[in-house]
Design a protein around this ligand. Sequence first.
Ligand code: SF4
Ligand code: SF4
Length: 306
Amino acid sequence: MDNNIYDIWGEALKFSEARRAAIGVCRAEPFLDCLPELAAARTPFVRFSPEERIDPALCLPGCKSVIAAAVPVGRIKPPRPDYPHGEFSLLSALRDYHLTVAEFLEDLAGFLGRRLAFSRKIFVDTGNLPEKEVLYRAGLAARGRSGLALSPEFGSRFNAGVMLTDIDFGDAAANQPPENHGFCASCGLCEKSCPTGAIGERFDPYKCVSYLTQKKGALTEAERAAMGANLYGCDACADVCPLNSRQNGGVIATGEIYPSAEAVEDMTRLDKTAFAERYKERVFFYKGIAHFRRNAEIVLRNIRQV
Ligand code: SF4
Ligand code: SF4
């Protein structure tokens, strides 16, 4: 092992800190201990088999390490207004995190590439590995009762991505045990706040409103009602988590997050050009205008019934 690799990793940590992001690294050994849970879980929007999901070498032959990145978003949401309104989750109100996190990881790859030659693959939600498990192993986050990964620095208000590399980071990549590292206070506030009972002994992703807002096709009447005011995503459990209550990270504009009933009605009539102009860098853009208008119609009906 070249001692220089520890210096390079130290510099990479400083590079990330200067960008307000956090990185960690784990060895690219198959995540064998995850297999039973992945095989038992029904996880939406995943196209890999459980066996494929535990193998870092599947997407980068010769892979030796997996770098995890946590890029924070504003922690604090403004209070909900008292007029009838829809609600964008924090992630859907901001620039698409796939772009933001991939840009950060590309910059990090460029930084490392000026110091050593290596191969890499970058994924933000699109790779085979379970990203939360990479975060846990890299020591960046712990499993929260809410089902969200919790970072000691950012709470759950961060986005994650991974970079597979053929760099041997030696002991810098010592794997963390994937169990809870003690960040979650087990206060139960997330469970109490959840409108659909998705949080319990096990998190049920199919009950989660965030999933319902992303689900394609027709929704049942119960699913439509469960969406409430949520246009895309749901922040109820994240908003109450004490780990998200610190004031660093900033507040974003109310109008972006809580559109009035009139604004939601406008969304139901949005044409393709206006949709692209307004939302082309938002996380839901790839779902298309029909999906967006469907959600706006459901939310409009829900908030007018209250
Ligand atoms: S709200 Fe409490 S129990 Fe839920 S994830 Fe946050 S600290 Fe853990
Ligand atoms: S995102 Fe919303 S529906 Fe999903 S677990 Fe959290 S509070 Fe429940």
